[in-house]
Design a protein around this ligand. Structure first.
Ligand code: NAP
Length: 372
C-alpha cells in the first residue's frame, strides 16, 4: 500500500485538507502517517476509529519511508526539510501548499481544472515536486479558465480582498479576538442609543487604535480596517504576494515568463474565509456578456457565473455565500467605460482553503495514486 505522510494537518489548510480527504474517502487504499513539528509522539487525528500517533516531522529517516508526502506546514519547513530528504536519497513525491518551491525549475504548480495537461506531462517526465499555487491567483484562474482556454486575455490588473484565514490559524483567531475585544467594551446602551451614532463610531475607532487591541500576529488591526500589504516588501513597490500574480499565472499556464502581464494590489480584509479579486481585464477582442457567460460556465464544473445585477451579486457573489463551497463565483462582468478598448471588470470570489489550497493537493495525491 502507498505510504502517505501528512504534515501540517492541524493548521488552517491542513484541517480543510483532512476534512476533504475524509469526505472523498481518500484514506481508503493508502497507509496514512501524520507528522508534527511540535508534538511528535502525541495524539494525531482519529480516522475511521483509529487514533494516529504523531511522528516527528523533523526526522528525515521517518519521512524517507513515505512514498508521497503532503505538507501544509509552511515555507520554512519546506526549505529546511525537502533538500535534506533529497540529500538522504529519497525518491518519493512531495506535494506542498507553501510557496517556497513554486518557482523552482523542478516544480509543477498544480491546478488540474486549468492545467491538467501540464501536470500529466510533468508526471510523465519524472517530476516529483508538485506545489499548490498562490490562493488568490488560483481562484482567479479557476474563474477565468474559459477566457484563458480561448486565449482572450491580453493583460490583467488584479486587486485582491484576502481573508484572515489566508494567513493561517493564529491569524484568523486574532481577527475574531479583535472583534470580541471591541464588543466587550460596548454597553447595550451605547449600541442601542437612538441619538447620534458619532459617539459610538468614535469609541470603536479608539478601541481599534488602542494598544490593548490584539495584533501580535497581523501587526495591525484588521477588524474595522484593512492591511494594504501581504507578504514581504520586494523594494520595488511590489509585495511578494503581488509579484506572485504574474510569475505564477504564466507558470501555471505553461507560458513563457511575462506572456500574460499581471499586476495589482493585494489587500488583507476582515473576512473570515474566502478571497475575492476585482480584476480589470484587457481582452484581445470584444466579448458580450452572453459569450462571457458561456465561456466561463463551460470551462469546468466548479465555476458559478453570477449575472451582473445587484440582486444576484449581493446574494451569490460574497464570501458569506461562498465559504465552504467548491464553487468559485465570477460576476460583475461589464465593459469599463474608459475608452473603446475591450477592457472589462470582473469579480471572482472563492474559498481559498478549498480550491486555493487543499483541493489541488488532494487531487494531486489521487492523480499520483492512479499512476504509480
Ligand atoms: P497555519 O494555520 O499557521 O498552520 C501551520 C502549522 O502551524 C500547523 O501545521 C501547526 O504545526 C502549527 N501551529 C502552531 N500553532 C498552531 C495553532 N494554534 N493552530 C494550528 N496550527 C498551529 O498555516 P496555514 O494557513 O495552514 O498555511 C500552511 C501553508 O499553506 C503556508 O505555507 C501557507 O502560505 C500556505 N497556504 C495557505 C493558505 C491559506 O488560505 N491559509 C492558502 C494557500 C497556501 P504543528 O502541528 O507541527 O505544530
Amino acid at each position: 500500500m502507498t505510504q502517505v505522510g501528512i504534515i501540517g494537518w492541524r493548521g488552517m489548510v491542513g484541517s480543510v485538507l483532512l476534512q476533504r480527504m475524509l469526505e472523498e474517502n481518500d484514506f481508503n487504499g493508502i497507509s496514512a502517517h501524520f507528522f508534527s513539528t511540535s508534538s511528535a509522539g502525541g495524539h494525531g487525528p482519529v480516522i475511521d476509529g483509529i487514533r494516529y500517533t504523531l511522528k516527528d516531522a523533523h526526522s528525515i529517516e521517518a519521512l524517507a519511508e513515505m512514498d508521497i508526502i503532503i505538507t501544509c506546514q509552511g515555507g520554512e519547513y519546506t526549505k529546511a526539510i525537502y533538500p535534506a530528504l533529497l540529500e538522504y536519497g529519497w525518491k518519493g513525491y512531495w506535494i506542498d501548499a507553501a510557496s517556497a518551491l513554486r518557482m523552482d525549475e523542478r516544480a509543477c504548480i498544480i491546478l488540474d481544472p486549468v492545467n491538467r495537461k501540464n501536470i500529466d506531462r510533468a508526471v510523465n517526465d519524472g517530476i516529483k515536486l508538485f506545489v499548490g499555487g498562490n490562493c488568490s491567483i488560483t481562484l482567479s484562474l479557476m474563474g477565468l479558465a474559459g477566457l484563458i482556454n480561448a486565449d482572450l486575455i491580453e493583460w490583467m490588473s488584479v486587486m485582491t480582498y484576502q481573508s484572515a484565514s489566508g494567513a493561517g490559524a493564529k491569524h484568523v483567531r486574532e481577527l475574531i479576538a479583535q472583534s470580541a475585544y471591541i464588543s466587550q467594551h460596548l454597553s447595550p446602551d451605547e449600541l442601542e442609543n437612538p441619538g447620534s451614532v458619532l459617539p459610538l463610531v468614535n469609541k470603536v475607532s479608539e478601541l481599534i487604535r488602542s494598544d490593548k487591541m490584539p495584533i501580535d500576529n497581523f501587526g495591525a488591526p484588521l477588524m474595522g480596517s484593512i492591511i494594504p500589504w501581504i507578504d514581504s516588501d520586494l523594494g520595488d513597490g511590489n509585495s511578494r504576494e503581488e509579484w506572485k500574480g504574474e510569475a505564477e499565472t504564466n507558470k501555471i499556464l505553461g507560458l513563457p515568463v511575462g506572456t500574460i502581464p499581471v499586476n495589482g494590489l493585494c489587500i488583507r480584509v476582515g473576512v473570515i474565509r474566502c478571497h475575492s479579486a476585482a480584476i480589470t481585464l484587457k481582452l484581445k477582442r470584444e466579448v458580450s456578456e452572453a459569450e462571457f457567460e458561456a465561456l466561463v460556465t463551460h470551462s469546468h464544473p466548479w465555476v458559478n457565473y453570477v449575472p451582473n445585477n445587484k440582486e444576484a451579486s449581493v446574494a451569490q457573489l460574497t464570501p458569506a455565500h461562498i465559504s465552504g463551497s467548491l464553487q468559485v463565483g465570477i460576476g460583475r462582468f461589464k465593459k469599463m467605460a474608459l475608452n473603446n478598448d475591450p477592457i472589462y471588470s470582473v469579480l471572482t470570489v472563492g474559498d481559498q482553503l478549498l480550491w486555493g489550497a487543499a483541493e489541488p493537493l488532494r487531487r494531486m495525491l489521487n492523480i499520483l495514486l492512479n499512476r504509480i
